[in-house]
Structures are given as structure tokens and as C-alpha cells.
Design a protein around this ligand. Sequence first.
Ligand code: FE2
Ligand code: FE2
Length: 157
Amino acid sequence: MTLFRETWHLSRRFAGFVTARPLTPAQQEQINDALHGKLARLFFGQRHEDQRHGHEVASRIKYDPTLLQAALLHDVGKSACDLGAIGRSLATIWSASSLPIWGQWRTYAEHGPIGASLLEANGADELAVAFTRDHPGPVPEGIDPDAWRMLATADDA
Ligand SMILES: [Fe+2]
Ligand SMILES: [Fe+2]
């Protein structure tokens, strides 16, 4: 990723976070209908900004049932740390360096594997576990590349 693209991406994520509104009751109901009990609890355990992001990614893939758990829950590992917009941006910038990273910033940088373990323990589908663990990286072996590309595009939009 070029520096310009990284900066643009980070700025958009920052703006999306600080302007995110809580989901409406109708949107919450749509998600409750789409996820079984344990996964719905994980989803609604996220802060509202991350719920909003999951809903937006799911909307971009048109709530396709084969991609839905991955879209809604891929950032659930972020719930393991308590960082706001500035802390998240700093953690992202710091983790791009080769310097050691600790504490909440490390937890944030490792939200993929942390979330994947949570999803695996709560019965999520294989694609959701894989996408959560490895996004925004390349498609892992055994995973449908088209599904991966659609999710990656929706997550990055
Ligand atoms: Fe993520
Ligand atoms: Fe995301």
C-alpha cells in the first residue's frame, strides 16, 4: 500500500468511527434474525461503531447468507481492547513499523486472530473464522477466492 493510500484509508476509517450512529431497532432486528444466539451476543457485545461497520459491510454484500457471518463479525476481536478513534489510529500507525508493540495497541493489532478464536469457539462458519483471522491479507488455502474478494472489497469500501 502506498503512503497516500494508507493515509487515505486511515482517515476514512477515523471519520467513519467518529460519525458512526448506533444501529436502528430495525437494523438490530435484521441482525438478530441473521445470526444464531451466541454469534448475535458477540455481535451486540461490540461497541456501536463496530456494530455499524459490520452492518455496512453486510449491506455491501447484500446480506448474502454465505458471506454474512464474516461480514458482520470480522472485527469482533476489537472488543478485546478499549481504544477510541485516536488510540486505534495510533495503534495502526505503530503496528506498521517494526517496533515492538504492547498492551491495548497489541491487542488491537491482533484483533484478527483474537476474533477468529472467539468465532471458532462460538460455532461460526469456516469462511467467517478464516476472514476474521486473515483480513486484510490474501486468501488462505481452501477458501473460495471470489467470496474472499467480495468480503475484502466490502470491508475496504
Ligand atoms: Fe479488521
Ligand atoms: Fe472491518
